[in-house]
Design a protein around this ligand. Structure first.
Ligand SMILES: [Zn+2]
Length: 83
């Protein structure tokens, strides 16, 4: 993953978190949203590290489109199917 892809994912996470925070202030955050916001926060903390975007098991790069929509993903599809 190159630097601009990383930046793009970072901005998406931040935008999503801002949206969740707004919902939280209005008391509209569901349990599922809350869980997702925790996962996104953890992804945001990892996004600048070298290992971000690589599968934890096989270390292959994760699909960029998948990561854009699910930045919290840490395991690739193949490994997920194998477990
Ligand atoms: Zn894998």
């Amino acid at each position: 993953m190159n630097k601009s892809q990383r930046q793009r994912i970072k901005r998406r996470i931040e935008a999503q978190l801002t949206c969740f925070e707004r919902q939280a202030r209005q008391g509209q955050l569901s349990r599922g949203d809350l869980l997702r916001s925790f996962r996104l926060r953890s992804a945001l903390a990892r996004v600048d590290s070298e290992s971000f975007g690589r599968c934890l098991r096989c270390e292959q790069p994760l699909n960029f489109d998948l990561l854009q929509n699910h930045p919290e993903r840490m395991i690739c599809g193949e490994c997920l199917n194998r477990s």
